[in-house]
Design a protein around this ligand. Structure first.
Ligand SMILES: Nc1ncnc2c1ncn2[C@@H]1O[C@H](COP(=O)(O)OP(=O)(O)OP(=O)(O)O)[C@@H](O)[C@H]1O
Length: 280
């Protein structure tokens, strides 16, 4: 059986004022239906570029993406995206933001009453039914993100693409959101690709963690299977040896194998030279 999503031999070359820049080279990744996959890697390695190609926002320079047997060339409702900075329309209520997406996807197939029921159902899923008639500026960042997730879920996408969905939230809200997402996953078993910078988040939520090498010409470095039993509980996992092993595998990849050496500034380099001379 072929995978739901098949990214194969994908290159992404951007035209820049300084000439072509190869951001990605030879990215291969297959994702099965119902899998939760995280992409992790240092800043600038190309995680968002991978997601943008899958979303159909960018066209790969070589190779490409096949979803359910169909080549991806443009955005479509079967691939819902949740961004770090919630992208709700500010003049609409939470309810209306979700309703807009539902009408776009199901406007022809659902009756008025069914649309209402479906919008409310998805807002209940993310525990936002109590504030569904508030506008984005009347609710917190975490709540906005919940509405963004409800909107994406309500489209019943074949794959949910999340670009650091909790990156802008404080640690406690982030933990609540992760727990909610696991709860929803338990119920719906969506296929998800999530970009994260957070090692604990990756291990807690994923079935597989895709670790990317540093760019330019970044690609999939290693893939880690996370076979921790579900439902997962963050407190008991903190002491679980397998959880800690997985965590240190990711840390090793990021900070040993793909350690990012930042170029030192001229001033720092000169200071280092002076120190070396003093020692000599
Ligand atoms: N439209 C573009 N034009 C030119 N270069 C681009 C473009 N989009 C991305 N890049 C470059 O491609 C590389 C990968 O960028 P990308 O945003 O995918 O990385 P990332 O891993 O998602 O980074 P971060 O974790 O910081 O969000 C970077 O060097 C970036 O500067």
């Amino acid at each position: 059986m072929s995978a739901l999503l098949d990214i194969s031999k994908m290159d992404m070359v951007f035209d820049t004022p300084k000439g072509p820049f190869t951001a990605l080279q030879g990215v291969d990744l297959k994702i099965e239906k119902g899998e939760f996959v995280s992409l992790i890697g240092h800043s600038g390695c190309g995680k968002s570029t991978v997601l943008n190609v899958v979303a159909g926002l960018y066209q790969a320079s070589k190779g490409g993406v096949v979803l359910n047997g169909k080549e991806v060339n443009e955005p479509g409702p079967e691939r819902a995206v949740v961004f770090q900075n919630h992208s709700l329309l500010p003049w609409l209520s939470a309810y209306e933001n979700v309703e807009l997406a539902v009408k776009q996807v199901f406007g022809k197939s659902k009756s008025k009453a069914e649309v209402k029921e479906w919008v409310e159902h998805n807002l209940r899923l993310v525990h936002m039914d109590h504030a569904m008639h508030k506008r984005p500026d009347e609710i917190s960042g975490g709540m906005k993100q919940r509405v963004g997730i409800a909107r994406a879920l309500a489209m019943q996408p074949e794959i949910l693409l999340m670009d650091e969905p909790f990156g802008a939230l404080d640690a406690l809200t982030r933990a609540h959101m992760q727990d909610s997402l696991m709860e929803i996953q338990n119920e719906l078993n969506n296929t998800v690709i999530m970009i994260t910078h957070d090692v604990d988040e990756a291990v807690l939520l994923s079935d597989r963690i895709v670790m990317m090498t540093n760019g330019p010409a970044a690609t999939v470095g290693e893939i880690l299977d996370v076979k921790l039993e579900r439902p997962r509980d963050r407190l008991s996992l903190a002491e679980d040896p397998e959880y800690n092993r997985l965590r240190s595998e990711v840390l090793k990849f990021l900070y040993e194998k793909q350690r990012k050496v930042e170029p030192i500034s001229k001033a720092a380099a000169a200071k280092k030279d002076r120190k070396a001379e003093e020692v000599a």
